[in-house]
Write a protein that binds this ligand. Structure first.
Ligand SMILES: NC(=O)c1ccc[n+]([C@@H]2O[C@H](COP(=O)([O-])OP(=O)(O)OC[C@H]3O[C@@H](n4cnc5c(N)ncnc54)[C@H](OP(=O)(O)O)[C@@H]3O)[C@@H](O)[C@H]2O)c1
Length: 252
């Protein structure tokens, strides 16, 4: 596992938006980034859960976090524009955007895959990433050194039976990342990558592998050196890459 001890002030003066910040990897990212000085915008669908994360952060690092409840299933382009407008009014720029929220959906053969699960999952896992990226690119462009990180999965790199819309949506995430990274390579300082966290002890993992002992999976906390490094100035040369947290090596 990649080792990196980030300075306590690594993200001082950085403003970072995390989707799916109410639980799992997104929640741990939020608390970790706050501990390293970041101003945060926490997005999620459940106001109560977001408030609990907000309270946890405020108790240690007060006055730097805002929450923005938004359900990606029902959100429209107008909702994303409203969010972008509100961020423009509150912050000079956006230095980081972590596309982390996702649904697992049904685990069925394609022949029996429920249409409704398919549509809702695509809305959350890929369409929201497009709408949000589109709305927030102007804010990211105002940063001198912004990072845009998509969250990948191994089943979005090689297809796997019964992973249905989840796998297909994660292939699309890689496509969006690569297309955007190519567009921005020579025209912008925004660095764009995708990161596969690998099996991690969260609700999603438990739903995907109900027979597995949850303790056998690494914690979200163990991923944080990679997330912090990818937000750091040292990662400036990493762009357009499909990364894996478990084998991450910035020099390869
Ligand atoms: N855990 C793993 O083993 C693993 C492996 C590979 C990739 N990943 C990826 O890592 C990322 C985080 O996964 P995780 O394991 O931390 O999952 P998780 O614990 O299930 O958390 C998912 C987050 O997404 C939010 N979310 C779900 N539907 C939403 C919607 N309609 N609108 C807004 N937010 C919504 C959830 O909100 P609620 O709190 O309201 O549910 C939660 O905050 C995902 O992109 C996942 O695909 C995870």
């Amino acid at each position: 596992m990649f080792e990196y001890t980030a300075p306590k002030n690594l993200l001082e003066d950085k403003t970072i938006l995390i989707t799916g910040a109410s639980d799992g990897i997104g929640k741990v990212c939020a608390c970790t980034f706050a501990d390293h000085g970041a101003r945060l915008i926490l997005l999620g669908r459940n106001q109560e859960k977001l408030e609990a994360v907000y309270d946890q952060i405020e108790a240690v690092n007060p006055g730097k976090t805002v929450i923005h409840p938004l359900d990606f299933i029902s959100a429209t382009a107008a909702d994303y524009q409203t969010l972008a407008q509100s961020l423009t009014e509150q912050f000079e720029c956006l230095d980081g955007l972590i596309h982390n929220a996702a649904l697992l959906g049904a685990m069925n053969p394609i022949e029996f895959y429920p249409e409704r699960d398919w549509s809702e999952l695509m809305q959350v896992n890929i369409n929201a990433a497009f709408f949000l990226t589109k709305a927030l690119l102007p804010s990211l462009s105002r940063s001198a050194d912004a990072r845009l990180l998509f969250t990948a999965s191994s089943v979005g790199r090689i297809g796997r039976a019964y992973w249905g819309a989840y796998a297909v949506s994660k292939f699309a995430v890689e496509g969006l990342m690569q297309t955007l990274a190519d567009e921005l390579a020579n025209t912008s300082s925004i660095r764009v990558n995708s990161l596969n966290p690998g099996g991690t002890r969260t609700n999603m993992r438990r739903a995907a592998y109900p027979a597995e002992n949850p303790e056998s999976q690494p914690t979200a906390e163990s991923l944080m050196p990679v997330y912090l490094y990818l937000m750091s100035p040292q990662s400036k040369s990493i762009h357009g890459q499909t990364l894996d947290a478990r084998s991450f090596d910035p020099n390869s």
